[in-house]
Design a binder for this molecule. Structure first.
Ligand code: G3I
Ligand code: 9MR
Length: 578
């Protein structure tokens, strides 16, 4: 049954209609972080379209005894859909336990108030990367029921004509094994690996002591290095193999010509693999990651012997290549007109490189101290940057310069960070969900979950600089968003919550015989352009509700490494700070 949204939903009749339908935003009328809350943290649930509800109760989950009663907020009209909400704030209730929220006829399943409440999600989101490893078997010891054979070996990859050089003509066979599958597909893209690695390495640099103690049960666990660095090294080694030793240029991607079928299992896929065309974004993202990695892995000279040195050399070579080709976009359409076979996998075709120059210059400057990189940082500073996304990596450089207290740049750039954080934090007061997420309708784009997570990272950076709790609360609010306090009523992290996403667009999950998807993966989330892209049926089509938990919905329910990485940062940062 379909329900029309009206702005002025009032009265019992409509409330009953919604109940009869069993679903408004799915089955949820009260939405919240489905895992739970920290005793000292903010605790918020949102009652959706509960026209008659004015108050709420917190019940002990086993005895059903009422332990807290509160008033709902005034009704708020969402700016991202026709939903009307009231907010239940029970932050002052701090007793650990298992609880239910009830309001009118609506009731939630049980959730927790406890210390370290996000620890499981924080660990799982990082472990999610292990499940994306390409060229090694996932053993049962680490992967449980999702154990599987190795995926693509990628030890005999063809140089595509678009990437041919004298020393590596088209058809040359190279080896670039390992790394993570990008997303629900089986390809590996340098641009998207760039922001992913930068985000993970920055998580480590912001919370080194915390990550020293965070084990995630992967083959390297216990080797003396933090598991975040162990996991990241697996992808880093692949990235290094994507640099042409001849000229220092970096291939945009390692890919099939076309996407594999959804039924293709890792290890059973036999289509030829290619490295495709070099480009400026790939070179600079690579230079940034390897420069940052160089200063981090230097601390593990035995375990990661030679890695830091190789990274720094590779970084400088990629930078030098980009100096020679400062404006080379990856335009797949144009490439396909001149080179065969045609390539139809993901593009990540960035066209403006100021932000990549800034990020690469920042990381190279911080690692080497060389004046030429400082000059390039200065030349690329902008006043109003955007949140990080695969096509815009400016803030990664800004975060690093501030984190490392660069004498030349930290004080200069801090006001930009705090202005952006204030704009985000201010949105909480008027938001229908009490969030910064959804401040703009454009937050609900492809991979909107990463918008929420990246807002969270920005707020955490502001918190680390100021220790002002408003930033931490707003960041934690966006973690709540990902875990269920949203207009769809889903927990977007696989394996978590009482209403988890189940049918992610993810070939390993879609092609196995296991009901549960691979855990620790973050669904892309609502995307108001989804229907146009993937032609699936969307029951709700407003910006914050255009989401379908079906495998075919690659525009709202795929997973991707550049969405998981900011979730790793955010969940772990909240764990570290609470
Ligand atoms: O740049 C415009 C912006 O100006 C406009 O306001 C906005 C709203 O429509 O659209 C923006 O462009 C969007 C672009 O992403 C940048 O955000 C496109 O509409 C949107 O279609 C595009 O989506 C990308 C998608 O691939 C399709 O190309 C996603 O960002 C990107 O994450 C996704 O990446 C894929 C890989 O290609 C393949 N592997 C899976 C991965 C995840 O789905
Ligand atoms: O599976 C692909 C996914 O990773 C991409 O994000 C998406 C958009 O590029 O494309 C998916 O592949 C679809 C292809 O584009 C069209 N045919 C159906 C494929 C999925 O079944």
């Amino acid at each position: 049954m379909k329900i029309c949204f009206k702005k002025d939903l009032t009265g019992m009749a409509i409330g009953l209609l919604m109940l009869a339908a069993g679903t408004l935003t799915g089955s949820a009328q009260i939405v919240m972080n489905q895992i739970g809350f920290y005793p000292q943290g903010k605790k918020v649930a949102v009652v959706i379209n509960g026209a008659l509800n004015r108050d709420f109760r917190l019940l002990n989950a086993s005895s059903r005894q009422v332990v807290y009663e509160g008033k709902l907020s005034e009704a708020v009209q969402s700016t991202n859909s026709s939903l009307v909400t009231r907010i239940a704030d029970f932050s002052s209730f701090i007793t650990p336990g298992s609880y239910i929220i009830a309001s009118g006829m609506f009731e939630t399943p049980p959730f927790k108030i406890e210390r370290n409440v996000l620890r499981g999600a924080a660990i799982a989101s990082l472990k999610g990367f292990y499940y994306q490893r390409v060229s090694m078997p996932l053993e049962e010891k680490y992967a449980g029921k999702w154990a599987r054979p190795a995926g693509h070996p990628d030890d005999a990859v063809l140089v595509h004509p678009s990437a041919a050089t004298k020393r590596r003509p088209a058809g040359t066979i190279i080896s670039a094994p390992g790394g993570w599958y990008d997303a629900g597909d089986y390809n590996k893209y340098i641009v998207n690996s760039g922001i992913t690695m930068g985000t993970l390495l920055s998580a480590y640099e912001d919370f080194p002591q915390y990550y020293e103690r965070l084990d995630i049960a992967i083959p390297e666990t216990g080797n003396g290095a933090p598991d975040l660095l162990n996991e990241a090294a697996y992808n880093l080694r692949w990235m290094l193999a994507m640099q042409d030793p001849g000229d220092g240029g970096v291939y945009n991607k390692l890919t099939n010509a076309a996407f594999d079928a959804m039924t293709a299992r890792p290890g059973e896929t036999k289509e030829p693999r290619y490295v495709v065309q070099k480009g400026t974004a790939a070179a600079l993202d690579f230079a940034a990651v390897t420069a940052q990695a160089a200063r981090i892995y230097e601390a593990y000279p035995q375990l990661y012997s030679g890695l830091a040195d190789s990274c720094l050399k590779a970084s400088k070579r990629a930078w030098n290549w980009a100096m020679k080709f400062p404006d080379m976009p990856y335009d797949q359409g144009a490439m396909n007109r001149t080179h065969k076979p045609e390539i139809s996998t993901g593009g990540y075709g960035d066209r403006s490189f100021g932000d990549e120059w800034f990020w690469a210059a920042a990381e190279l400057y911080l690692t080497t101290g060389e004046a030429k990189y400082a000059k390039a940082v200065t030349a690329n500073i902008i006043k109003s940057p955007q949140l990080p996304s695969w096509g815009n990596v400016y803030m990664l450089g800004l975060y690093s310069l501030i984190r490392k207290q660069s004498p030349a740049f930290a004080n200069l750039l801090k006001p930009t960070l705090l202005t952006m954080a204030d704009e985000l934090a201010e949105a909480v007061a008027t938001s229908a969900f009490g969030l910064t997420m959804g401040r703009s309708r454009n937050d609900f784009i492809w991979g909107s979950s990463s918008v929420a997570a990246n807002q969270g990272i920005l707020l955490i950076n502001a918190y680390l600089q100021t220790r002002d709790a408003k930033y931490l609360n707003a960041a934690a609010g966006n973690a709540d968003y990902l875990l269920g306090r949203n207009a769809t009523g889903y927990c977007f992290l696989t394996g978590f919550g009482y209403r988890p996403v189940l049918n992610i667009h993810h070939r390993p999950s879609a092609s196995d015989s296991i009901a549960d998807p691979v855990p620790g993966l973050l669904s892309g989330g609502p995307n108001f352009t989804a229907q146009r892209s993937d032609r699936q049926y969307y029951e709700f089509t407003e910006p914050e509700t255009t989401f379908a938990d079906v495998v075919g919905s690659y525009a709202s329910n795929e997973i991707a490494i550049n969405w998981n990485a900011p979730a790793v940062y955010l969940f772990n940062a909240v764990e570290a700070c609470r």
